[in-house]
Write a protein that binds this ligand. Structure first.
Ligand SMILES: [Zn+2]
Length: 119
């Protein structure tokens, strides 16, 4: 058992050492403009998560999923706006556009009537 533990410890130490050397080498050889890698951010977890840690991790995952879908919804809202604008265009012949700066409908002009940005 004691030998087993020592072996585990040595193995883990080797893993940290390997990671450190890998990061150092890849940073030394990295191409210009690529981001430097960091040494492993936190110790490798070897004991199981507590119920609280498990719950916190699940919440974080759920929040990530919720953020993903609300971004998706917002993106599809923008696409619908664009589709509606082009329908307006074909319906009465007047050219409607959406200002890319303030997202308001405009009849085609060189300057946005709301935010004064060049169109
Ligand atoms: Zn505008």
């Amino acid at each position: 058992m004691r030998l087993e533990q020592e072996s585990q410890f040595a193995w883990l130490q080797g893993l940290y050492f390997f990671d450190g050397v890998s990061v150092a080498i890849s940073n030394a050889l990295r191409k210009k403009g690529t981001r430097a890698q960091d040494y492993i951010k936190e110790p490798i977890r070897i004991t199981p998560l507590s119920p609280q840690e498990k719950a916190a991790k699940e919440r974080a995952e759920q929040n990530k999923i919720i953020a993903y879908f609300s971004n998706l919804e917002r993106a599809s809202d923008r696409e619908n706006e664009a589709a509606r604008a082009s329908m307006l265009l074909s319906a009465d012949g007047s050219e409607m556009i959406i200002c890319p700066h303030c997202d308001t409908y405009q009849t085609r002009r060189s300057v946005c009537m709301k935010c004064k940005a060049a169109l």
